[in-house]
Write a protein that binds this ligand. Structure first.
Ligand SMILES: Nc1ncnc2c1ncn2[C@@H]1O[C@H](COP(=O)(O)OP(=O)(O)OP(=O)(O)O)[C@@H](O)[C@H]1O
Length: 369
């Protein structure tokens, strides 16, 4: 798929911008704080209705403006589509080909993107919540139903936590309604676990190939799903449901004492290993960086497998961080297959001789030249 046009109104430091984006490689150049990342972020938001760097949608709206409008034209295998997203203090509205979508999950997935930014190192080094966010966003863009299950799960989780807090303050140990919340939590929890299991299995398959290629066959990567729930490998839904309920009964006393839900996908994590050693603890900075890169490249292949065409690749200031051989490997892997947007402060850091159909766009203070 290819993004052909992008226009923005009141998006961060862009008053109004129209951008013809038909080239396979689009290099966005400019000094610091001019709006390069904002432009990539806007493409990401148009795809996922959320930013990769903030949870606060209102930060995307230009200061003092009532709302921000994002418009994109996407060419896909079976025709093109027009995407419109409006973000205001009241919420978000999304349209596909002029038709308003009742659910955002119907809009997500019309444009598929993979962003690789310096902060992706946090997927490897950071807290489990960063990895859960990564999983949720990536699974959501290929399986919108996952987002519905996730939002249902989160609603139930909030209510269950409120109930646990109430039991905690009233010292009520009978907990008459807990069983009802347990069933609902397990019902949506296992759907999330199953989707995560299957996503991670495919991600592992692609990452293994890619990582071995990048490291000249010296390193083998392994990705594991660390589920707060022991029987995560079980595929059968009814068995999984029973296991979840049993585990909840085991932690009941602890939950009543602490007033919080201790088991479920909201506690899960991803673990990365290189040659059998955990990367977060034992990996060098370079190995952690390569793990993040392999993950992102694996995601591109995974999306192609699931959606039937390549997503758009957004590289935010990362090419210059890679050595020449990894840079070449990255460029050559996706040359002519994946439309790519690259930001950089200096064009000289990029080996232009390796790029075909590249366009260079200069950004200065929220304006393109
Ligand atoms: N909501 C907003 N309204 C107006 N301007 C904003 C808003 N949010 C951020 N900015 C401005 O956007 C600019 C930062 O843009 P961006 O993050 O895209 O920089 P960049 O060109 O990628 O820089 P770097 O090379 O340092 O990463 C800053 O000047 C910041 O003040």
């Amino acid at each position: 798929m290819q993004l052909k046009k992008l226009s923005l109104q009141n998006y961060r430091n862009y008053d109004e911008v129209f951008f013809e984006t038909g080239h396979m490689v689009n290099i966005i150049v400019g000094p610091n704080a001019q709006g390069k990342t904002n432009l990539l972020e806007a493409i990401f938001v148009l795809a996922l209705t959320k930013s990769h760097r903030t949870h606060q949608d209102k930060e995307l709206i230009q200061w003092n403006a009532p709302n921000t409008l994002l418009h994109g034209e996407v060419d896909k295998k079976y025709g093109s589509c027009q995407l419109d997203l409006t973000i205001s203090q009241q919420g978000k509205k999304a349209k596909i080909n002029g038709l308003e979508q009742r659910k955002l999950s119907n809009f997500i997935g019309s444009l598929n993107v993979v962003m690789f930014a310096p902060e992706d190192l946090e997927i490897v080094k950071g807290s489990p919540s960063v990895r859960r966010r990564f999983l949720d966003m990536e699974i959501g863009q290929v399986h919108p139903a996952y987002l519905y299950d996730l939002s249902q799960y989160q609603k139930i989780l909030v209510q269950r936590n409120n109930y646990l807090k109430q039991l905690f303050t009233t010292r009520d140990t009978k907990a008459a309604l807990l069983e009802v919340w347990n069933e609902q939590l397990a019902q949506f929890g296992i759907k999330i676990i199953k989707k995560r299991q299957s996503f991670i299995k495919k991600l592992q398959m692609w990452a293994e190939k890619i990582h071995s290629g990048i490291t000249g066959g010296n390193e083998q990567i392994e990705i594991q799903y660390a589920c707060s729930f022991d029987q995560a490998a079980v595929q059968d839904e009814s068995v999984l449901f029973d296991q979840f309920m049993i585990k909840l009964s085991h932690v009941k006393e602890q939950e009543l004492r602490r007033g919080v839900s201790l088991i479920g996908p909201h506690r899960d994590d991803l673990l990365f290993f290189i040659n059998g050693k955990e990367v977060q603890t034992f990996g060098s900075q370079g190995q952690q960086r390569t793990t993040a890169l392999s993950l992102k490249l694996a995601e591109i292949e995974l999306i192609r497998e699931e959606v039937g065409e390549y997503p758009i690749l957004l590289l935010d200031d990362v090419l210059s961080e890679l050595d020449r051989s990894r840079q070449t490997q990255l460029i050559e892997t996706f040359q002519n297959k994946v439309q790519t947007f690259i930001t950089t402060t200096g064009i000289e850091s990029i080996d232009l001789s390796k790029l075909e159909d590249a366009s260079v766009i200069h950004v200065q203070n929220g304006r393109l030249t």
